[in-house]
Design a protein around this ligand. Structure first.
Ligand code: PAF
Length: 281
């Protein structure tokens, strides 16, 4: 397994592979890997003859009051997992090699970025779309793998690739969960024991909404009301950011549940901000 820091070195290596007809799969990450990241590596390994993973805590997707400085990092463990899961190349760039001091070119997908997480994290998806575009230019993969937990991010990246005629196939992979249902996230490490005990209620609430839809409920306001009551009862330490019921591709809010419909939620819990989503109709 190669570990490369400089974009030019990665480009050169991948160019060689591509010249020899290899199919290159790419898993972009910010590190501090858990089983969710590993599932992306495994999906890439299964599908492609070469696998590249990147580890870069991208400063441009963090707001001024967010957790850029304290974002969890454990490069040694990530590299051990990369080795164990058959990654061929890990790209660990430094910020100065990703962004020149005069960086002033941005990739924006404004409509898909404005609601849900975009409403409370202005500029976040602009940072994500920009860094993913840059990573695609550097790594030049055939296929790239992203988790469905970050549903809005996946929608933004799919649109960005379509709009810019980017020759990369985007594959969404299912959310990996703890045995009690909590979606895996690097930020779960911020939770105290008491917060961690309440956190599974976020997914339980989404499942509860799905059951209500299965039982015939179609009214979005009624569902949202039920979701808020569920959280107030089972997750009192949390502070809701949003609970929305939307079309999964356009992210436009629904007024009535009709297939396909996605429920998406974000909630502040102590130092963490948890997100989750579930197809409910
Ligand atoms: O999902 C993430 O870890 C990040 O947003 C990504 C896609 C690696 C871009 O920095």
């Amino acid at each position: 397994m190669k570990i490369l820091r400089h974009p030019d070195a990665v480009r050169e290596e991948v160019m060689q592979w591509r010249c020899h007809g290899q199919q290159v799969g790419f898993v972009p990450t910010m590190g501090y890997w858990h089983a969710g990241h590993v599932s992306l590596l495994d999906a890439a390994r299964q599908r492609c003859s070469k696998v590249v993973a990147s580890i870069f805590v991208n400063p441009t997707q963090f707001g001024p009051n967010e957790d850029l400085e304290r974002y969890p990092r454990n490069l040694e463990n990530d590299l051990a997992l990369a080795q164990a899961h058959g990654v061929d190349l890990v790209f660990c760039p430094q910020a100065q090699d990703m962004y020149t001091p005069d960086h002033d070119t941005w990739v924006e997908v404004p409509h898909l970025s404005q609601g849900l997480c975009g409403a409370s994290r202005p500029g976040h998806f602009r940072g994500v779309a920009t860094v993913v575009t840059k990573l695609f230019w550097i790594v030049q993969p055939h296929v790239a793998f992203f988790g469905e937990k970050d549903w809005q991010q996946l929608a933004v990246i799919r649109a960005m690739v379509r709009h810019l005629s980017c020759p990369v196939e985007i594959v969404g992979c299912p959310t990996v969960r703890e045995p009690d249902g909590l979606a895996m996230s690097s930020r779960n490490v911020y939770l105290t024991a008491e917060e961690r005990a309440q956190a599974p209620a976020l997914f339980a609430m989404l499942q509860n909404l799905r059951q209500r839809v299965a039982g015939g409920e179609r009214n979005v306001d009624a569902l949202k009301g039920a979701g808020l009551r569920y959280l107030a009862e089972h997750l009192p330490l949390g502070r809701l950011d949003y609970l929305e019921i939307v079309h999964p591709d356009t992210l436009v809010p629904r007024t009535q549940v009709e297939p396909p419909t996605l429920a998406a939620v974000a909630l502040f819990l102590g130092k963490a901000r948890l997100i989750d989503n579930l197809c409910i109709g």
